[in-house]
Design a protein. Sequence first.
Length: 60
Amino acid sequence: MCSALEELEQQGIQKGMQQGILANIRTCKTFHISKEATVKNIMKEFGLSEEANEYMEKYW
């Protein structure tokens, strides 16, 4: 039972992170911030590396 709760918690954290990244990308697009600057911002704010490019491809 404990591992099931931990898995649900991790899924919730991941979903929240994805929503935050999507909001970040939308905001950057609204203010006409370049893709390169947006990727750097996502990397910095969410502690990502190559995953930031994947999110950009998915949500830009």
